[in-house]
Ligand binder design. Structure first.
Ligand code: NAD
Length: 476
């Protein structure tokens, strides 16, 4: 059995803990046992990290792209070798199933490998004028990047914060969530073990608002990248604006799923019903509002409830578990309140609705139906194991409901009509749209949202370009 590791900060390549630093406990969400004790960075630690990041940037930006590519590729391979043990650690601290935990490290390795290759493709362009002058458009790394990552995907989110930045030639300071620190430390350690200099990738923890104010208050940091809730994103964007730092914001969503009567309903159910409960629904691109054409509503609803009834909820480390606990008690309380309010507002509870047991943050996979649009859960991201099934009167009404909220992260549609697919691609307000599929994430295409779901891309060549700034050189 893999042991939960000792926790520390990683500053300038050094593992730091103790010396009277404040600490906090890390809790296993399946058992509520204390897994470990996490040190907080002091103000001096953060200053040291900033100074190292400034130095690290000078070194890394002038390291050849080939060498950067080789180092990052080595780290991707190390993560793959370690994925089994690290996936277990991720499940211990976050709760998701072992398959999801290990899969998350494999996906993080694939993303890093893609970014490693992209390090060699940060092309500019040359404009040659007929009269002999030329204009060169160059792309340069923006500078040291501060990244703040949440607890729902403790490995991928950290990789998204640092992978593109490292490929671009930036140095980084990342603050993973204090609730799931070991996975983020492991990602950073694999990079250090592969030859990334200590000042180029660093990992700190503390009170989130204190750490972000300290790092964003420094002129050394030139870019902020944040994944988390929309209110915190707006707050951090304002802090970054004080110093005109560029930003990438990957914020909340409220995924609409448009089910049309011309689709293969069983295939849609087999994909989307498990998808709604992946990671206990704590996914920014979670399918949440199912908007179903009236004439197939009954069939879809019954098939959905049947599939949810077969799901096994338990400790993510145990074989046969389909869904683990929620990651923390406040998430479970929040989802419980939203489910109760939806019923008060006139929605029907078709399955689940309750917490499970007195130990661990377990909640039943829940299905609500015919929930009015003014219910809180139709407007706030539930970020928990709940799906809402509502009958809808045709395409236009479905698109209007999909676009009604200020969020626009992921949307899903199931239809076999090619002309309708084109209309949906044009009209649905979302950063990512999956048609006849359940995934909106691939390493070589941008991941991100519109409206209150944020701006700026991660993944794909866009994830590297988001960490670079143009410089135009005019030669007479
Ligand atoms: P939260 O908004 O307080 O925290 C979200 C993340 O942001 C955490 O990792 C936290 O450490 C970090 N954070 C909070 N304040 C910060 C600050 N001032 N500076 C830097 N980092 C800061 O809330 P929560 O209780 O963890 O989650 C609540 C809601 O946040 C969820 O219901 C969901 O809507 C949203 N959320 C979204 C994502 C996502 O992937 N987009 C991930 C986690 C949470």
């Amino acid at each position: 059995m893999t042991d939960y590791p000792t926790l520390h900060l990683l500053i300038d390549g050094e593992q730091i803990s103790g010396d009277g630093r404040k600490t906090e406990d890390v809790i296993n969400p399946a058992t509520e046992d204390v897994l470990g004790t996490l040190p907080h960075a002091t103000a001096d630690d953060l200053d040291r990290a900033l100074e190292a990041a400034e130095r690290g940037f000078k070194e890394w930006r002038t390291t050849s792209a080939d060498k950067r590519c080789a180092i990052l590729t080595k780290a991707a391979n190390l993560l793959r070798e370690r994925a089994s043990d690290l996936g277990t650690i991720l499940t211990m601290e976050q709760g998701k199933t072992l398959a999801e935990g290990r899969g998350e490290f494999m996906y993080s390795a694939n993303l890093l490998e893609f970014y490693a290759q992209e390090a060699k493709r940060t092309y500019g362009r040359t404009l040659v004028r007929p009269e002999g002058s030329r204009v060169e458009v160059q792309y340069h790394p923006v500078g040291p990047v501060a990244g703040f990552a949440p607890w729902n995907f403790p490995a991928i989110n950290v990789m998204r914060k640092i992978g593109g930045a490292l490929a671009a030639g930036c140095s980084t300071i990342v603050k993973p969530s204090e609730e799931t620190p070991a996975s983020g430390i492991a990602v950073v350690q694999a990079l250090l073990d592969s030859g990334v200099p200590g000042g180029v990738v660093q990992c700190v923890f503390g009170v989130p608002s204190d750490v972000s104010e300290h790092l964003l208050g420094s002129p050394i940091i030139r870019k902020l990248t944040f994944t988390g809730s929309t209110p915190v994103g707006k707050h951090l964007a304002k802090l970054a604006a004080e110093d005109l730092k560029i930003t990438t914001m990957e914020l909340g969503g409220h995924g609409p799923v448009l089910i049309f009567n011309d689709t293969d309903i069983d295939k849609a159910l087999d994909t989307m019903a498990p998808g709604a409960y992946r990671n206990a629904g704590q996914v920014c691109v979670s399918p949440t509002r199912f908007l179903i054409e009236e004439d197939v509503f009954g069939k879809f609803r019954d098939g959905f409830v049947e599939r949810v009834g077969k799901m096994q909820v338990g400790n993510g480390l145990e074989k046969g578990t389909d869904m683990g606990p929620m990651a923390n008690s406040r998430g479970r309380e929040n989802v419980g309140k939203l489910i109760a309010q939806a019923q008060d507002a006139g929605g029907a509870l078709l399955s689940g609705g309750e917490r499970i047991g007195n130990q661990g943050f377990f909640h039943q996979p829940t299905v609500l139906a015919e929930v009015p649009t003014d219910a809180d859960i139709m407007n706030e991201e539930p970020f928990g194991p709940v799906a809402i099934l509502n009958p809808m009167a045709g395409e236009q009404a479905m698109i209007e409901e999909a676009n009604r909220l200020p969020y626009g992260l992921a949307a899903y549609a199931w239809t076999n009509d090619p002309a309708r697919r084109r209309r949906l691609a044009a009209e649905v307000e979302a950063g990512m749209l999956a048609i006849n599929g359940g995934s909106v994430s691939t390493v070589d295409a941008p991941f991100g949202g519109v409206k209150w779901s944020g701006y700026g891309s991660e993944d794909g060549p866009e994830g590297v370009r988001a960490c670079m700034v143009p410089k135009t050189v005019h030669e007479g």
